[in-house]
Ligand binder design. Structure first.
Ligand SMILES: Nc1nc2c(ncn2[C@@H]2O[C@H](COP(=O)(O)OP(=O)(O)O)[C@@H](O)[C@H]2O)c(=O)[nH]1
Ligand SMILES: [Mg+2]
Length: 457
């Protein structure tokens, strides 16, 4: 099914795989008295940013293109993948793999092209005997049909990235889009089809090559073609599912990890998108992830000739991480895996529809988990503060304090009345400049480590 959101095409895959994916980051519990828990994987992997600049991705694709000529099977590779998984020895330091995945031809097109090409294959020149010439032609045509059908399939299974080779953010996106295991399952089915085609093709080409008469060779060629086409038709859904997987992955918004990114977080309707608009230099782009019809704004901030990114996240509801839907999980994936600075938005007027008490719980939860990020708190819609009666009462002390002032150091802003906008822009610039310094420090640290490693080995 094809739907549109914010002017962009969004693909819903049918049949939609069952949703069983765990939340992207580790689970923690909602409680504002919970102590700070910062699992190591919330920090960026060592050298997270730097290797992007040496073009890991293109090297990686080059390796895949090379391996397409090798004959080891997907099973072998999966085994190798399992062997490698302990301790995640491989580094996943760049994003962008989805923009490089191969174009997948629909199954019907592969079949028609293979049929056409194989029928044009002539017998080897210089065979005078009619029966010999016919069986030579039959075997060559069956061999060509087999190859025309199976080589594209091998190219796909070889060139689609393995999950372990992906950046953790992209791994999360695969899980959020298709559900756990679906991506590997589709690639596995395509590989099974390839093996079946190869086996049927070889068998019939060999039988045809043993024909003793012209007629027998013709019959065996017809029979072989039929069997190959049947085998392909039987498994072609795998190819069409892969077409949809490729489309969905290619349609993902692209994030540039070289550039500091400001990420707006908060409950729904607190004013995040409005803030992205006033912070962006141009008109922010509306991006949609395939697993949501909701558009997400992505813009750029140009300040003192420096260029930064700014992005919205879907609003977080006050609930346990296990109960979060995919768009909330996307927010957690962004916070967990991308090198961002957080602008957390609080709507103390409760105009957003989420009570201050609930916003406080969500805020504490996120701050406890991701407090090591560079951070700025903003109280939005301050034109409304004082005018509206708050909805909830009986606050605990800390919530009462939060209701009056927001988190310590929070900046008061109103997009509507343009209050605090200038100061917000200045603070955001400072924050992103610090983020840039972190990126550079991380890069330097990684380079030092690489030099040490190359000296040791
Ligand atoms: N009064 C007032 N309303 C605002 C302000 N900022 C945003 N809003 C309104 O709040 C609603 C939600 O804003 P939006 O930016 O879409 O929130 P998001 O869901 O967090 O992205 C919209 O109706 C906005 O017009 C503000 O500064 N003052
Ligand atoms: Mg929004």
């Amino acid at each position: 099914m094809l739907a549109t959101a914010g002017g962009r095409a969004v693909f819903h895959l049918r049949p939609r795989p069952p949703w069983r994916a765990p939340p992207p980051p580790a689970t923690t519990h909602l409680s504002h008295s919970a102590p700070a828990r910062r699992a190591d994987h919330h920090r960026l992997p060592l050298g997270f940013l730097s290797t992007m600049e040496v073009g890991i991705s293109s090297v990686y694709l080059g390796q895949r293109a090379h391996s397409a000529t090798c004959s080891y099977s997907l099973d072998d590779r999966l085994q190798g993948e399992l062997d490698d998984m302990n301790g995640e020895q491989r580094k996943q330091e760049t994003v962008g793999a989805f923009q490089k995945i191969p174009m997948v031809m629909p199954a019907t097109d592969i079949l028609m092209s293979a049929q056409r090409k194989s029928r044009n294959v002539p017998p080897t020149k210089g065979i005078a005997n009619i029966a010999k010439r016919e069986r030579n032609k039959g075997a060559k045509q069956l061999d060509a049909l087999m190859k025309e059908l199976s080589v594209p399939l091998r190219t796909y299974t070889e060139n689609f990235p393995k999950r372990r080779d992906l950046h953790p953010y992209e791994r999360s996106l695969i899980e959020l889009t298709f559900g756990e295991g679906y991506y590997e399952q589709v690639l596995g089915r395509v590989d099974t089809l390839r093996k079946r085609i190869t086996s049927v093709g070889k068998q019939h080409a060999s039988v045809c090559a043993k024909s003793t008469t012209k007629r027998e060779a013709e019959e065996r060629l017809t029979e072989g073609r039929k069997k190959l086409e049947e085998a392909f038709q039987h498994g072609k859904h795998a190819v069409d599912d892969l077409v949809n997987v490729a489309k969905a992955l290619r349609s993902m918004p692209v994030v540039d990890l070289h550039i500091p990114t400001l990420c707006l977080v908060g409950s729904p309707n607190v004013g995040k998108s409005s803030l992205v608009r006033i912070l962006s230099s141009g008109k922010p782009e509306v991006c949609s992830y395939p697993f949501t019809t909701r558009g997400i704004l992505m813009g750029h901030i140009v300040s003192n000739h420096e260029r930064f990114q700014v992005t919205d996240t879907p609003g977080l509801l006050t609930r346990h991480d296990d109960d979060r839907n995919n768009i909330e999980r996307l927010t957690l994936a962004v916070l967990s895996y991308l090198p961002i600075a957080v602008l957390y938005v609080h709507d103390l007027s409760e105009d957003c529809g989420t009570s201050v008490a609930d916003q406080y719980i969500t805020y504490k939860h996120i701050k406890d988990r991701f407090g090591d990020r560079l951070w700025l708190d903003v109280i939005s819609k301050c034109d409304l503060l004082g005018k509206k009666e708050p909805i909830s009462f009986h606050d605990a002390d800390d919530v009462a304090q939060y209701r009056r002032l927001g988190p310590e150091g929070a900046l008061r802003v109103s997009v509507q009345s343009e209050i605090g906008v200038k100061e917000l822009k200045e603070r955001v610039h400072e924050l992103l400049t610090s983020q840039m310094a972190r990126i550079k420090a991380s890069k330097a640290e990684h380079e030092t480590q690489e030099i040490r490693t190359s000296v040791v080995y």
